[in-house]
Every structure is written in C-alpha cells, then in structure tokens.
Ligand binder design. Structure first.
Ligand SMILES: NC(=O)c1ccc[n+]([C@@H]2O[C@H](COP(=O)([O-])OP(=O)(O)OC[C@H]3O[C@@H](n4cnc5c(N)ncnc54)[C@H](O)[C@@H]3O)[C@@H](O)[C@H]2O)c1
Length: 230
C-alpha cells in the first residue's frame, strides 16, 4: 500500500487483522499527502465478507480500477504431517480468497483496469524455501488462476498478471528465518545471496499495474534475487 500511495493511488486495504490494515492506511496518508486510504477487516476466504468489502471499497474510492491480491498464509508443516483441515484452510485463503477478490473487483471495474495477484516462487519450484506442500500447491494454484483470469477478464478490458516473490523480509517468514542455518540456506539459493525487501516486491507490483505494462498480460513476474533462473 505504501508504494501504491507514493505512486499516487488512493487505496482501500482488506486484512484479517483490522488494526494492521488501519495502521498501514494511516501511515500511507501521512507518507503520501493528498492520497486517501481506507481499510476494513475482512477474511478473504469468506464470500459474504469479500462481497461487502468490495462494496465498501467502491463507496470509499468512487471507483475500483486496480486490485492487488496479497493476503496469504504460509504453512511449514512437514509433508507427512499436514492436517487435512490445515491444507484446506491454506487453499481457502490463498486460492479461493484470491479468486473471490478478483471476481468482486472485476464486477466493479471498467475497461483499462488491472489486477496483480501475489503468488510465490514456491508455486514454481514446489516449495523448498520456508513453505511446504500446502503452501506450494496453493501458490501454484494462484499462478494458474491468474492465467485463467487473464484470458477471461481480457474481454472486460482488465489486465491480469501475477508477481511471484522470492524470500522477502516480512512477518510471514520471520519465525523460520530466526534459525541462522535456515536463513543461510535461503540466502545461498539466490544468485544475489540475499533475502529481498518488501519495497523491492512492491516496485514490481506498481509496474504491473501501471500503463507502462499495457501489453503485459497473463505474465508471471518473478522477483526473487535470482533463485528461479530459467
Ligand atoms: N514473505 C515472503 O517471503 C513471501 C514470499 C513469496 C510470496 N509471499 C506472498 O506475499 C503475500 C504477502 O505476504 P507477506 O510476506 O507480506 O506476509 P505477511 O504475513 O506480513 O502478510 C500477509 C497478510 O495477509 C493477512 N491475511 C492472512 N489471512 C487472511 C485472510 N484470511 N483474509 C485477509 N487477510 C489475511 C495477514 O493478516 C497479513 O496481514 C502473501 O500472499 C505471501 O504468500 C511472501
């Protein structure tokens, strides 16, 4: 949200943690005077909440012409031990939540709008960083889902792309990265030998949403310091 605010966007954030969303919105207003930022609590896996949240976002913003789907949950349970309910919840949030937000945003969008879905290189590599099977499968699902959305929503004049971050310094992987051996292994996987910063991911998001990316459609931009090099 901070990078979008700096780029001049007005935003409306949805998060399970209302206080976190509110804090981010308040900070964006301070950092980017003249832009407006709202928020509300929303479980993106809950259809009724998502429908209501997009109505509220539309009322707050006046129109919706960009969407970033970033809400997500990681899971680090070993393959043989993941409870089925946990596997389902990861997919409810990461895959169904992404689809519900795309669907509701598309209802409000006019031609010329753009969507950026945040996936992960876990969806390309089958995990192997901090997340395990449920997370990797869900992010592979996000990449496929966004490609389908790119085909379908083109008819409405909506561009859809995915951004797949590599390991990035955020609360999501704070816990696994406390283990120095794990951190060193993740860093060594990247050609740049480091973990990324959130601003480096956000810069890619701003690009994909911008008019500069007008012919970029159905793409998956990998921003990972050189882990997936193909
Ligand atoms: N940090 C990384 O290394 C990394 C790497 C690749 C991809 N990603 C992806 O980037 C995105 C952003 O993650 P982050 O790194 O900022 O992690 P984060 O944990 O800091 O942020 C994720 C946010 O999603 C919210 N959330 C969780 N479940 C939700 C739900 N059901 N409804 C609404 N909000 C919900 C959380 O409250 C949190 O604010 C995620 O999709 C994540 O999978 C992160």
């Amino acid at each position: 949200m901070a990078a979008l605010a700096q780029a001049g966007y007005h935003t409306f954030g949805l998060d399970l943690q209302a206080d976190r969303a509110e804090q981010v919105a308040l900070q964006a207003e301070l950092d980017a005077p003249g832009t407006r930022h709202g928020s509300r609590a929303c479980d993106v896996a809950d259809e009724d909440q998502v429908v209501a949240a997009f109505e509220e976002a539309r009322a707050f913003l006046g129109r919706i012409d960009t969407l970033v789907t970033s809400a997500g949950v990681v899971d680090t349970t070993p393959f043989m031990d993941i409870p089925v309910a946990r596997f389902r919840r990861i997919h409810d949030v990461n895959v169904i939540g992404t689809w519900l937000c795309m669907r509701e945003a598309a209802r409000h969008m006019q031609p010329g709008s753009a969507i950026c879905a945040i996936a992960s290189i876990a969806g390309l590599r089958g995990g192997g960083l901090s997340g395990t099977a449920a997370y990797a499968a869900s992010k592979g699902g996000v990449i496929a889902l966004a490609k389908n959305a790119a085909r379908v929503l083109a008819a409405r004049g909506i561009r859809v792309n995915t951004l797949s971050p590599g390991a990035t310094d955020t609360p999501m992987i704070e816990e696994p990265l406390r283990d120095p051996a794990h951190r060193a292994r993740i860093e060594s996987l990247a050609a740049q030998q480091r973990i990324g910063q959130a601003q480096e991911i956000a810069a890619g998001v701003v690009y994909l949403l911008s008019p500069q990316a007008s012919f970029t459609h159905g793409a998956n931009l990998v921003v990972d310091g050189g882990i997936v090099i193909a």
